[in-house]
Write a protein that binds this ligand. Structure first.
Ligand code: AMP
Ligand code: TRP
Length: 336
């Protein structure tokens, strides 16, 4: 293995990618590839923790793989979680090093189990409770040093470090690596329809802008972005305007950003100018992504084979770790 530090991150196959995911997470993944040894997983096992459709799950998994490549993730750095079953085996071992109490206090578990309890059958799976343990296994199976994630994942990373510590203590060896989060600069992109909440698919169609939308739809969504909410405190930028400026910065349009910010500071900013500039910046990005996606779609079969190969390669590293973990834990290893 090379001397480069290892970076791992994963994303759930929930369908369409939006500018929130991109600027909050995936863009950073792309950039990290120059400096680190990177592994990025599409975590389909995690997607089973909430009610789901099995046909859609597989479709969404491939969809996301294609989209990740279209925005610049190298295929050799990509894997699909279910093609590396060692993740789930390590998850079981980790379960035995995880405190039930700590799991039941996880914010994400509380939010999602409350959501499920409100549905008709009120079903909350044990998988949902165990979700962060599988996440810890995703990270530790590659002995990753760094994990680029949004702030919302801080608690899960903390849990992963606790598991590592408890495991290393038990086996009397500093074998597993305690992972560190890498937070991105633009951690939160807000919904343009309601800038007080984050851009998200789950809130409904107007609350996210798809990365692969056609240009006119993007322009339209930015044009209708909420700027003032009525209760503007003097001297304070409204969340909607701030969000548009954030988007512009995220697109690396520094000159336009500075010039429009000056207008704002002099009380001369015309929202229409800000919106047009942001809209065009997003369209420019999206056009590049769509062109790449078209190329990939033209050789669909081959792209899928490449990902199966890269998953098999990445699996070799997972196997190595699992063998050692089983050895240290007092378990037996199969012959092959
Ligand atoms: P999700 O699609 O919600 O599972 O999120 C996938 C990744 O994108 C996570 O690392 C999130 O932290 C990040 N993310 C999702 N929505 C946003 C947003 N509106 N702003 C910034 N990052 C986001
Ligand atoms: N829980 C993460 C999210 O919702 C996804 C995830 C699963 C993950 N396994 C991971 C992120 C391992 C980083 C590392 O965004």
């Amino acid at each position: 293995m090379s001397e480069k530090k290892r970076v791992l991150s994963c994303i759930q196959p929930t369908g369409d990618m939006h500018f929130g995911n991109y600027f909050g997470a995936v863009k950073n993944w792309v950039d990290l590839q120059d400096t680190y040894q990177c592994m990025y997983g599409v975590v389909d096992y995690h997607a089973m923790t909430m009610p789901y459709n099995s046909v859609k799950l597989r479709e969404n998994t491939w969809e996301l793989i294609f989209n990740l490549q279209a925005v610049g993730i190298a295929p050799e750095n990509l894997f699909i979680q279910s093609l590396v079953p060692e993740h789930t085996e390590l998850c079981w071992i980790f379960n035995c090093f995880t405190s039930y109490g700590q799991l039941s206090r996880m914010t994400q578990f509380k939010d999602k189990s409350n959501q499920s309890e409100e549905t008709e059958d009120g079903f909350v799976s044990a998988g949902l409770l165990d979700y962060p343990v599988l996440q810890a296994a995703d990270i530790c199976i590659y002995r990753a040093d760094f994990v680029p994630v949004g702030k919302d994942q801080e608690q899960h990373l903390e849990l992963a470090r606790n598991i590592v510590q408890r495991f290393n203590n038990q086996v009397g060896k500093e074998y597993l690596v305690a992972p560190q989060p890498l937070f991105t600069e633009f951690t939160k992109i807000a919904s343009t329809a309601d800038p007080t909440r984050k851009m998200s698919k789950s809130a409904g169609e107007k609350h996210y802008i798809s990365l692969f939308s056609d240009s006119d739809k993007i322009r339209k969504q930015i044009k209708s972005a909420v700027t003032d909410l009525g209760e503007v405190t003097a001297g304070e930028m409204s969340p909607g305007v701030k969000n548009l400026f954030n988007l512009l910065k995220a697109c690396s349009k520094n000159e336009a950003y500075d010039s429009l910010m000056q207008d704002y500071e002099h009380g001369q900013l015309k929202y229409v100018d800000l919106k047009t500039t942001v809209g065009e910046a997003l369209v420019e990005l999206s056009e590049g992504f769509r062109a790449k996606r078209k190329e990939l779609d033209a050789r669909k079969k081959e792209v899928k084979e490449e990902i199966k190969d890269s998953s098999a390669k990445i699996r070799e590293r997972a196997r190595e770790t699992l063998r050692m973990v089983k050895e240290l834990s007092g378990l037996l290893n199969p012959k092959i």
